[in-house]
Design a protein around this ligand. Structure first.
Ligand code: COA
Ligand code: AMP
Length: 624
């Protein structure tokens, strides 16, 4: 038996002992005496009688342990030419003041605070300050348009919104405050206040009585200590794309999350206190929550907050520069970032300028690590390259090569083996377990380990229907794939209307809802098509209404503008083609699965209930 197998079996055979042992590694305000509690047939909670606060774990505990002088956060921003370090003591001080400012604005335990910010230290400070009060943060990715922000504001009903005057993309300044104002004009719910970081690149206009300047407000605030909360008290809501236009607010607890992340830092990433962790993501995504903010800080590492791109800021050597400069032990990014680097610097000549001796391992997630990108990164860096699979819902990896337990041989195309705590099975559509190497629905047997979603904010029914009912006794992941005879898991893609564009999770269902509003559109369907750089791109197929006179080019242009306006530029929706017919069943249901398989270059399994199979020929002609 390998060490991984022994470790996995220990966790699965006696989860109670295993997870209590992990929990005991953290300084709780009240240490839990029980790990898992079953609430109903398919609902559980972790460490129910424990009390803690994730902000305390991320900051105070390290200062109390005498590590206050150690660097907690390094902000590196090539787009503003800024580099700034915060020790644990300094970060704690800022967070205490921000919590004080929020308290003055009326934020209390259980209140929601929406954070719509670029990759600046104040975003991290804001998250930890909200958590400190036992309030619940909901970070909205800065690349989302005003409409997306408005939808989230209405769902989370925040007391306060924290934002900044602008974000900085390659060669352009994005004014965030007007987007926030537009979102507030659209939203029904209104916060009592907004707190705005004024950046030197662009000042925002503040509305007296509603908008408060971050710097001034913090200057007048008093320090606030961490509020002890129950283990299952919500830490944050993070919205993610589902199959409709209404995003799902994944709710995460304090206790289970802290234990899972702390375990993952050593078991999966093989880092300890004092090590430097560089996750090149965004605080608006789950990777940012777990591995820019909470994971590295709870484990006492130094986290790198990078406001830049893998390329163009200024070049494809950016990641290597950061790894050298800060002696990062782990680099974590999406495969699309490495495809962008490879495109700009195929021979990795820029890499040769940097000393990567401190770098131990490169982790990738967010989308499948295609074997070509794996091979290139491995060949050029000569570092272990680890694909690992997870979702916003789980908050931490489901499958990984656990570098802190045992580095197993890598199989390109596989995200390796189940992480202890996760029992993964492949099921057919009827819920029957499939044998090795047979592709089906990836399901996780309940209970899931600590750290995974507790529910969907304000919508228990959606949680049950979306995840727990397709396969009773299991969490349905929405991903398809197979497990080989050695237990390696291969995630092959979504089985629903979710696509992954440059590591960003987007809903094709939502894009369809937007397109369907165009007066010339009778019916439509959006699917993901393969893209060499971004992994997938959305692609629209549209049937126009009889008598419509709009040209295909004009229609495409208008639909592209509508999606950009509603979702944002990150959707990368750039193609919409008119077709005579969409493939449907005789009962009128669009056969999206058939279209997805065609787009993936597979031979589609066309059901006998299809109304008119000849329409597939026309669609095939349009697909790239
Ligand atoms: N705020 C505002 N706008 C943003 C934004 C943000 N935070 N992030 C992206 N955008 C905009 C971009 O400016 C661009 O707009 P444009 O169409 O007007 O040019 C659009 O959204 C698409 O951006 P992006 O996906 O970043 O594409 P790109 O072509 O500029 O860069 C990559 C390509 C591969 C370099 C980039 O997609 C990338 O770094 N991907 C990695 C993503 C990642 O880390 N995901 C997290 C997964 S863990
Ligand atoms: P998100 O919730 O944004 O993290 O996106 C989660 C989705 O991204 C998963 O359901 C998968 O479809 C995909 N994904 C993430 N990591 C991987 C991976 N390592 N391999 C394959 N797909 C992945």
């Amino acid at each position: 038996m390998t060490s991984y197998q022994a470790h996995y079996q220990t966790a699965m055979a006696d989860p109670e002992t295993f997870w209590l042992e992990q929990a005991n590694k953290l300084p709780w305000f009240r240490t839990p005496t029980q790990a898992l509690e079953q609430l109903s047939a398919n609902r559980y909670r972790w460490f129910a009688d424990g009390k803690l606060n994730c902000s305390y774990l991320a900051l105070d505990q390290h200062v109390a342990a005498g590590r206050g002088g150690q660097t907690a956060l390094i902000y590196d921003s090539p787009v503003t030419n800024t580099r700034q370090s915060y020790s644990y003591q300094q970060l704690l001080q800022q967070v205490q003041l921000c919590a004080g400012a929020l308290q003055q604005l009326g934020v209390n335990k259980g209140d929601r605070v929406v954070i719509y910010m670029p990759m600046i230290p104040e975003a991290v400070i804001a998250m930890l300050a909200v958590a400190r009060l036992g309030a619940i943060h909901s970070v909205v990715f800065g690349g989302f348009a005003a409409h997306e922000l408005a939808v989230r504001i209405d769902d989370a009903s925040p007391k306060v919104i924290i934002s900044a005057s602008c974000g900085i993309e390659v060669n352009k300044v994005i004014a965030y405050k007007p987007l926030l104002d537009k979102a507030l004009a659209q939203a029904v719910h209104q916060p009592v206040a907004t707190l705005i970081v004024q950046r030197t690149q662009l000042a925002a206009e503040l509305k007296p009585g509603r908008d408060y300047d971050w710097q001034q407000t913090l200057a007048n605030a008093s320090s606030v200590e961490a509020v002890p909360v129950a283990s299952d008290h919500p830490l944050y809501i993070l919205y993610t794309s589902g199959t409709t236009g209404k995003p799902k607010g994944v709710v995460r607890d304090h206790g289970g999350y802290a234990v899972a992340l702390n375990y993952s830092m050593s078991a999966i990433y093989n880092v300890q206190a004092g090590d430097v962790f560089f996750a090149a993501s965004d605080v608006g995504w789950v990777v940012g929550h777990s591995y820019i903010v909470y994971g590295p800080l709870i484990a006492g590492c130094t986290s790198v907050l990078y406001e830049g791109k893998p390329v163009m800021t200024p070049d494809a050597g950016a990641f290597w520069r950061l790894c050298q400069q800060y002696k990062a032990k782990v680099l974590f990014a999406a495969p699309t970032a490495f495809r962008a680097i490879r495109k700009d610097d195929p021979e990795a000549q820029l890499l040769e300028q940097y000393d990567l001796s401190a770098l131990h391992c490169i982790f990738m997630a967010g989308e499948r690590l295609d074997p070509a990108t794996y091979a290139w990164t491995l060949a050029k860096t000569a570092k272990p390259v680890i694909d690992h699979w997870w979702q916003t819902e789980t908050g931490w990896p489901i499958c990984a090569n656990l570098m802190g337990i045992e580095a197993l041989p890598v199989k390109p195309g596989s995200s390796s083996v189940p992480v202890p705590g996760y029992c993964i099975e492949v099921l057919d559509d009827a819920g029957k377990r499939l044998p090795a190497n047979q592709q089906g629905n990836i399901a996780i047997k309940l209970p899931m380990p600590p750290g995974c979603l507790q529910t969907i904010w304000g919508n228990e029914a959606r949680f049950e229907a979306g995840y727990l009912t397709s396969f009773p006794g299991y969490y349905s992941s929405g991903d398809g794939g197979y497990i080989d005879e050695e237990g390696y898991v291969f995630i092959m893609g979504r089985t629903d209307d979710v696509i992954n564009v440059a590591g960003h999770r987007l809903s094709t269902g939502e894009m369809e809802e937007i397109i369907a509003r165009h007066p010339a559109v009778a019916e439509c369907c959006v699917i993901g098509i393969a893209d060499a750089l971004k992994g997938q791109l959305p692609f629209g197929l549209v049937m126009v209404k009889n008598g419509s006179v709009i040209s295909p080019e004009q229609l495409e242009q208008e639909l592209v503008a509508m999606v950009r306006e509603d979702i944002g530029a990150v959707a990368c929706f750039k193609q919409a083609k008119i077709v005579q017919k969409l493939p449907k069943t005789r009962s009128g249901k669009i056969l999206r699965k058939v279209l997805r398989e065609m787009a993936d270059g597979q031979t589609p399994q066309v059901p006998s209930t299809i109304e008119d199979p000849t329409c597939l020929d026309e669609i095939r002609m349009h697909l790239p």
